[in-house]
Design a protein around this ligand. Structure first.
Ligand SMILES: [Zn+2]
Length: 147
C-alpha cells in the first residue's frame, strides 16, 4: 500500500532509498537519535527499542533517506502518520532540508514583475501612432498643461 498517493515515484528509486535507510540505521548517528529516546512527532519518551525509523516525507512520495528526512518515531505515531500527512508539514520539511527547491516554481510566479521594453509595450497596447519622440504634440503626461 505504498502507492496510494500518485507521485509516480520510480520503484527502483524507492528500493535504493530503502537500502540507504538500512545503512543509516547502522550508523552511530542513528544510534544517537534513538538513544535520546524522543519521538519526533509526539515528543514522548521511549526506550530506543520502541522507536522506529521514520521518513518525514515517505519514500513513496519521493522522500529520500537523508538525515534531514529521517527521524525517530514511536510506534503509535508511526501507525497514525501513515494516514495523515499535512501538506504544509511536507513543505516545511522540504524547505528546511533543501531551501529553494520549492520556491517560486508556482504557476503564478511567472507572471509577476515582468518588465516589457517600452516599444514592445506600445506595440501590444496598440498606441504606436503617437510617436513618443515628438515633443511638438500635446503631451498627455503633463498635468499642468491646458488649464
Ligand atoms: Zn510518538
Amino acid at each position: 500500500m505504498e502507492e496510494w498517493f500518485d507521485m509516480r515515484v520510480d520503484p527502483a528509486q524507492i528500493a535504493k532509498e530503502r537500502a540507504k535507510a538500512r545503512e543509516l540505521r547502522r550508523t552511530n548517528w542513528w544510534r544517537a537519535q534513538i538513544q535520546k529516546g524522543i519521538c519526533h512527532y509526539c515528543g514522548g519518551e521511549f526506550p530506543p527499542s520502541e522507536l522506529t525509523m521514520d521518513h518525514i516525507v515517505p519514500l513513496s512520495r519521493g522522500g529520500h533517506s537523508t538525515k534531514g528526512n529521517i527521524v525517530p518515531c514511536c510506534k503509535a505515531c508511526n501507525n497514525a502518520k501513515k494516514y495523515t500527512m499535512p501538506v504544509d508539514e511536507i513543505l516545511t520539511e522540504l524547505d528546511r532540508e533543501d531551501p529553494g527547491c520549492m520556491d517560486a516554481q508556482g504557476p503564478e510566479a511567472a507572471d509577476v514583475e515582468i518588465e516589457l521594453p517600452d516599444d514592445l509595450m506600445r506595440e501590444l497596447v496598440g498606441d504606436t501612432d503617437d510617436a513618443p519622440d515628438d515633443p511638438g504634440k500635446d503631451a498627455p503626461d503633463d498635468p499642468e498643461q491646458g488649464i
